[in-house]
Design a protein around this ligand. Structure first.
Ligand code: UFG
Length: 326
């Protein structure tokens, strides 16, 4: 059934892929985005309202006029390392802005909410792959800012009988639309696959590996890379679940397969056929040594079936997109 969905941050990398998936399902979409890191042309479906989440007056008006059945909340600051240097930026953009948004949702009786959470809430988990039930002990302000929202959501859903949410803890999202319409495009690239592709295309003169002395088999950090389309499908399933059921829940989304930084760099060289320069430097602040998802819960509950669980495919779609930008 067609629903009205407000998507904050829907012009951004992940938000725009979910908007595409929502549009393909025929939902009516309104994107609310300040275009700080997003792009007007990335919104393939629905209407875009350029606005800031901290402008609560504007946001209240948008909610009153559009009357969404559900809100999907992507707008956030997302760089682990930046969060260590500018913690308050993260608590304002991620925690305070979400608090104000939730306040408006309650006031307007908007009861279904999908939240972009992160694997960074786990910090340095004892057990890998990490389950949702693992303790939340973030090691950087980014993870803390998202964990605080998870606490608010849990308590709000207890207090407000009709309010339900699904929190999706993303692992490392990468790749691009298979038709090359949308992909990752930040003023300053920081994510590993994008940085390696920029080294391959010659925009960066080299790829820097941040830390080779971690307690991992090759000394570099290990991450679970998931294709943005599989992540988008999980959002659609989460939304449909919220429309059908009166339940809130939290899910990991990753493939359960970890690759070290060195392995990713090697895979990027193989996919692109370019042997770009690589330089090993010191650790980046805030990095967790290993983050790999146990995603059995979302597979069981939502019958989520990843289709693009292949690092070379992920890199290939991102490579096609990156080449288009040059
Ligand atoms: N890295 C490099 N060189 C680079 C870029 C990254 O060595 O040029 C390393 C990082 O130090 C890290 C790994 O590659 O060990 C992955 O780094 P990313 O910046 O690509 O991603 P993060 O793991 O830091 O963070 C991402 C998202 C977060 C999310 C997290 C979950 O940005 O929002 O994945 O695992 F929380």
């Amino acid at each position: 059934m067609q629903k009205r969905v407000l998507v904050t941050g829907g012009a951004g990398y992940i938000g725009s892929h979910v908007v595409k998936a929502l549009g393909e399902k025929g939902h009516e979409i309104l994107v609310y985005d300040n275009l700080s890191t997003g792009h007007r042309e990335s919104v393939l479906y629905g209407e875009l309202v350029v606005g800031d989440l901290c402008n609560t007056e504007n946001l209240a008006k948008v909610l009153k006029d559009f009357k969404p059945d559900a809100v999907m909340h992507f707008a956030a600051s997302i760089q682990v390392n930046e969060s260590v240097k500018k913690p308050l930026k993260y608590y304002i953009n991620n925690t305070v802005n979400t608090l104000n948004l939730l306040d408006l949702l309650v006031k307007n009786s908007i009861n279904d909410f999908v939240f972009s959470s992160t694997a960074a809430v786990y910090g340095m988990p004892d057990k890998i792959p990490v389950k949702e039930s693992s303790p939340l002990i973030p090691i950087n302000p980014y993870g803390s800012s998202k964990m605080m929202v998870e606490y608010m959501l849990k308590e709000l859903s207890y207090a407000e009988k009709n309010f339900n949410y699904i929190s999706l803890r993303y692992f490392n999202v990468a790749g691009a639309d298979e038709r090359g319409r949308i992909g990752q495009k930040y003023k300053e690239a920081t994510h590993l696959i994008t940085c390696a592709l920029k080294a391959a295309v010659g925009e960066f003169n080299r790829l820097e590996i941040y830390g080779t002395d971690y307690d991992t088999p090759d000394g570099t950090c290990i991450r679970d890379y998931i294709h943005v389309n599989d992540l988008s499908d999980a959002h659609i399933l989460a939304l449909e679940y919220l429309f059908e059921k009166d339940i809130s829940d939290v899910f990991n989304i990753g493939y359960g397969c970890g690759y070290s930084v060195r392995e990713v760099v090697q895979a990027v060289k193989e996919v692109t056929g370019i042997d770009f320069p690589v330089c090993e430097i010191g650790r980046r602040e805030g990095d967790s040594p290993v983050l790999v998802a146990d995603s059995s819960k979302i597979k069981e509950k939502f019958s989520w079936k990843p289709k693009y669980d292949n690092l070379s495919y992920i890199i290939d779609t991102a490579w096609k997109w990156e080449k288009k930008l040059h």
